[in-house]
Design a protein around this ligand. Structure first.
Ligand SMILES: Cc1cc2nc3c(=O)[nH]c(=O)nc-3n(C[C@H](O)[C@H](O)[C@H](O)COP(=O)(O)OP(=O)(O)OC[C@H]3O[C@@H](n4cnc5c(N)ncnc54)[C@H](O)[C@@H]3O)c2cc1C
Length: 406
C-alpha cells in the first residue's frame, strides 16, 4: 500500500524524517507520558529542535512552507506513536490561525516567529461552563477603557494552558458582539481554577480558568470588534484536517498491530490470520483507513488552497474529521478484539490508543455539531451531488414504469 499517493517529494522526505524521530524518541515515551499525566517538555523541545513548528508557515514568516498537508503528514506520523505529542503540533496551528485569518500583521510578527523557534506557546480559550456548541450563550465580557481591554468570565477545558505564553480568547462587548483577543501570560487577572482529568490525551493539561478583569492592550484585539465568532469558526475549520490526521495515525497503528499480531498469534495450531472472521476485520479496517487517508489529504489540500472559509468548504473538512474519529475508535476497538485480552491491559499501547481516540469525537466541534453543519451544507448546495431526484420526479418515474409494465 503506497501511503504517499498525492504527496510531493518534500512531503515524502518530511514523512520519513518525522517517522524516524517518532520511532527513536516519541513512541518510547508514550506510555510514560500517559501514566505521568505530565506535559512532555522534552518532546516539545525535540519538535522545536527538529524544526517541526516551522512546517505550517510560509517562508515569508520564517517557516518551511510545507503547509497544512505537511503538518498533516507530521501529525499522522506522530499520532502513530503518541497522540498527546501530536496534539502539541495541532495546538501550535490552532493558536496561530486566528492571527493569520484576521491578517493582523503586528500580532503575526510578534507571535509566529516565536512559535516557530519554540519560544512561544499558545492556548485556545473559547469554551465556557455554559457555552461551547452554542456560542450565543457566551457570558465572558470585554470592556475597553483608555486603550486597554478588561476581560471577565470563565474559560474551561483549555488545552495546554499551564504551559502557554498567551491565550487566544473570546469575549462579548456591551452590545453582545463577540471579539477575539490575544492575552499575554502570566496575567494577574487570569486565575487557575482546576485541571480536568480526562480519559485520554493525558500529556496535555486541560484546565479551567477564571478571568477577573484580565487586561490586554487594544492592539491585541484580533481583527475588528464583532469578528470573534467568524475568527473562531474559521480557525476551527482550518485545523479539522489535523484532527483527522491524528485519527488517521491512530487507526494506522491499530491496523499495523492487528496485521502483525494476527500473523504471529497461534490458535488451533495455526495463526489468527488464517481465520476468515479475522481477515474480515483486517479488511474492514484497511478500507476505512484508506478512505480516511483520502479524505484527510484532500481536506489538507483544501486548506492550502485557501478553501476553508465558507460553510460548503467546512462541510468537506468536517467530513474528514468525523470519518477519521470514527475510524480511529473502531480500529482501536477491532484491534483490541483481535488481541484478545492483551490489548485491554494498561501496559499495552492499544489501551491508550483506544482512550486517546475517543477525544476526537468531542474536541473542536462535537460529532453532532459538525454533522449538522454538513447536513445544512448538503441541503443548501447539494455538495456536488446535486438535486436531480425530487420526490415529484420519483413519483412520475414510478407511474411511467408501472404504465410500461402493463
Ligand atoms: C479533553 C478536551 C479538551 C478540550 N480543549 C479545548 C480547548 O483547548 N479550548 C476550547 O475552547 N475548548 C476545548 N474543549 C471543548 C470542546 O471543544 C467542545 O466544545 C466541548 O467539549 C463540547 O461542549 P460541551 O461539553 O459544553 O457540550 P455541549 O455544547 O453542552 O453539548 C452537549 C451535547 O449536545 C450535542 N449537541 C449540541 N448541539 C446540538 C444540536 N444542535 N443537535 C444535536 N445535538 C447537539 C453535542 O454534540 C453534545 O453531544 C475541550 C474538550 C475536551 C473534552
Amino acid at each position: 500500500m503506497d501511503i504517499n499517493t498525492n504527496l510531493n517529494e518534500e512531503h515524502k522526505i518530511l514523512r520519513q524524517t518525522v517517522r524516524d524521530v517518532v520511532k527513536q524518541y516519541v513512541a518510547p515515551r508514550a506510555y510514560e507520558i500517559d501514566q505521568d499525566r505530565e506535559y512532555p517538555e522534552d518532546i516539545f523541545n525535540l519538535f522545536s529542535d527538529k524544526g517541526f513548528f516551522s512546517i505550517l508557515f510560509p517562508k515569508t514568516l520564517g517557516g518551511s512552507d510545507l503547509g497544512t498537508l505537511g503538518l498533516t503528514v507530521a501529525v499522522e506520523e506522530i499520532a502513530r506513536g503518541c497522540a498527546s505529542s501530536a496534539q502539541i503540533l495541532i495546538l501550535s496551528a490552532l493558536t496561530t490561525w486566528p492571527l493569520r485569518i484576521a491578517n493582523n500583521q503586528n500580532l503575526i510578527n510578534a507571535i509566529i516567529p516565536g512559535v516557530i523557534n519554540g519560544s512561544l506557546r499558545g492556548a485556545f480559550a473559547l469554551t465556557e461552563p455554559n457555552a461551547s456548541s452554542d456560542l450565543s450563550t457566551m457570558v465572558t465580557k470585554a470592556k475597553i477603557k483608555d486603550g486597554t481591554y478588561y476581560i471577565s468570565g470563565e474559560k474551561d477545558f483549555v488545552s495546554g494552558s499551564t504551559v502557554a505564553d498567551y491565550f487566544i480568547s473570546f469575549a462579548k462587548n456591551e452590545k453582545g458582539a463577540m471579539s477575539a483577543f490575544l492575552i499575554n501570560l502570566p496575567n494577574p487577572g487570569i486565575i487557575f481554577l482546576r485541571r480536568d482529568e480526562g480519559m485520554g490525551i493525558k500529556g496535555i493539561p486541560h484546565c479551567d480558568w477564571s478571568f477577573d478583569n484580565a487586561t490586554t492592550p487594544e492592539e491585541n484585539l484580533i481583527g475588528n470588534e464583532g469578528e470573534g465568532s467568524n475568527i473562531a469558526r474559521i480557525s476551527m475549520n482550518a485545523i479539522q484536517p489535523l484532527l483527522a490526521a491524528r485519527g488517521l495515525g491512530s487507526a494506522e497503528e491499530s491496523l499495523a498491530f492487528s496485521r502483525n499480531y494476527s500473523l504471529e498469534r497461534k490458535i488451533y495450531g495455526d495463526t489468527l490470520s488464517e481465520l476468515q472472521a479475522i481477515q474480515l476485520y483486517l479488511a474492514e479496517m484497511a478500507v476505512n483507513v484508506s478512505a480516511t487517508r483520502e479524505l484527510t489529504y484532500n481536506a489538507s489540500k483544501m486548506v492550502d488552497n485557501n478553501q476553508f472559509t465558507t460553510e460548503e468548504d467546512a462541510a468537506y473538512l468536517n467530513i474528514a474529521k468525523i470519518f477519521s474519529a470514527k475510524t480511529a475508535i473502531n480500529s482501536a476497538d477491532k484491534a483490541m478484539q483481535i488481541s484478545g485480552g492483551h490489548g485491554y491491559m494498561e501496559v499495552h499501547p492499544l489501551e491508550r490508543i483506544y482512550r486517546d481516540a475517543r477525544h476526537l469525537r468531542l474536541y473542536m466541534g462535537t460529532d453532532e455539531v459538525l454533522k449538522i453543519r454538513v447536513a445544512k451544507s448538503l441541503l443548501e448546495t447539494g455538495m456536488g451531488i446535486g438535486s436531480s431526484v425530487s420526490r415529484q420526479s420519483t413519483e412520475e418515474r414510478t407511474k411511467r414504469e408501472l404504465r410500461d409494465d402493463k
